[in-house]
Design a protein around this ligand. Structure first.
Ligand code: NAD
Ligand code: UDP
Length: 310
């Protein structure tokens, strides 16, 4: 049994991860400041004696004893990370410094939840880990993208200078139950709009693409990455390589919900990446990992969740 800290543990991905790690027989400390997460996501775990909850902001140092750390604390949807860009940068950068300092003191292994936003609006397709990216450092997405890029740099420096055992996961668009219904991400937006009979809001003409990964696949990738030998640190892409246009996603959601909603087209936000699809050959080779849940199956589970909760 290991004692594992999950920062951002009350969020969408973090709450699923806390549940999985407890099921695997570990002790879990969930840390969150509830900016975008919610106690509702982890309330079912509170009776478990091996689960602890800490209200804390990762921009402040933390003293606990741990064996492993998953650093997930950071708002992830454009609406939420742009709400207070300065705070988003502080969370990524100071959060990384505090988490790495903790890992250094406790000799914990630490996994960083990085992102496909490292690649910005990519000119290389699909995106492989060797691509340095195309990020506008001054645009509306920069607080998130550059914060996460700096966090990767900090992880690498703590590894090289202080021998901290690190893992860097570059996560591509992930969806599933417990997404925040109001956070503006495309899967939750379209499902909620379809279930309520509201207009489905496509930004741009709907020809831009994303590749959608179901939460269970990501969690498998996380655990496999954490278990790799110390010599493997990544970065490694974790995403589903099947690419969809945003318009085809809207049509799938309308069909699967039997909704009468109509599609409307709104302006595409500045710097919105036009295409995104992970090259997962490194994850296949080093983690023996590939996603197993197709979009239709994952959407069905997510639609069922939102139809009970909204
Ligand atoms: P989320 O918003 O549901 O979860 C983030 C959690 O971090 C929330 O519970 C929030 O309250 C907490 N948090 C935010 N700032 C904090 C702070 N200063 N101190 C403590 N807690 C703080 O988002 P998510 O989708 O679960 O994303 C989790 C992580 O995965 C993020 O780091 C995100 O950047 C990364 N990621 C997610 C995706 C995705 O598609 N979901 C893709 C790439 C990367
Ligand atoms: N999007 C959309 N309608 C919405 C929400 C998002 O067309 O109601 C688009 C958005 O412009 C982007 C894609 O869907 O091109 C994915 O957006 P999301 O916010 O989920 O993630 P990210 O842009 O960070 O990949």
């Amino acid at each position: 049994m290991k004692r594992i800290l999950v920062t951002g543990g009350a969020g969408f991905i973090g709450s699923h991860l806390c549940g999985k790690l407890l099921d695997m027989g570990h002790e879990v400390i969930c840390l969150d400041n509830y900016f975008t997460g919610s106690k509702r996501n982890i309330v079912h775990l509170l009776d478990n004696p091996y689960f602890e909850l800490i209200r804390h902001d990762v921009t402040m140092p933390l003293f606990v004893e741990t064996d492993e750390i998953y650093n997930l604390a950071c708002p992830a949807s454009p609406v939420h990370y742009q709400y207070n860009g300065i705070k988003t940068i502080k969370t990524s950068v100071m959060g990384a410094i505090n988490t790495l300092g903790l890992a250094k003191r406790t000799k914990s292994k630490v996994l960083q939840a990085s992102t496909s936003e490292i690649y910005g609006d990519p000119e290389v397709h699909p995106q492989h880990e060797g691509y340095w990216g195309n990020v506008n450092p001054l645009g509306p997405r920069a607080c998130y993208d550059e914060g996460k890029r700096c966090a990767e740099t900090l992880f690498m420096n703590y590894h090289e200078q202080n021998k901290v055992r690190i893992k860097i996961a570059r996560i591509f668009n992930t969806y599933g139950p417990k997404m925040n219904a109001n956070d503006g991400r495309v899967v939750s937006n379209f499902i909620v709009q379809a279930l309520k009979g509201n207009d489905i809001t496509i930004y741009g003409d709907g020809t831009h693409t994303r590749s959608f990964q179901y939460i269970d696949d990501l969690l498998d990738g996380f655990v496999k990455l954490m278990d790799t030998p110390d010599s493997f640190i990544g970065p490694v892409n974790l995403g589903n390589p099947v690419e969809f246009t945003i318009r085809s996603l809207a049509e799938m959601v309308i069909e699967m919900t039997g909704s009468k909603s109509k599609i409307i087209y709104l302006p595409l936000p500045q710097d919105d990446p036009k295409q995104r699809k992970p090259d997962i050959s490194l994850a296949k080779k080093e983690l023996n990992w590939a996603p197993t849940v197709d979009l239709e199956t994952g959407l069905a589970r997510t639609i069922e969740y939102f139809s009970k909760t909204i």
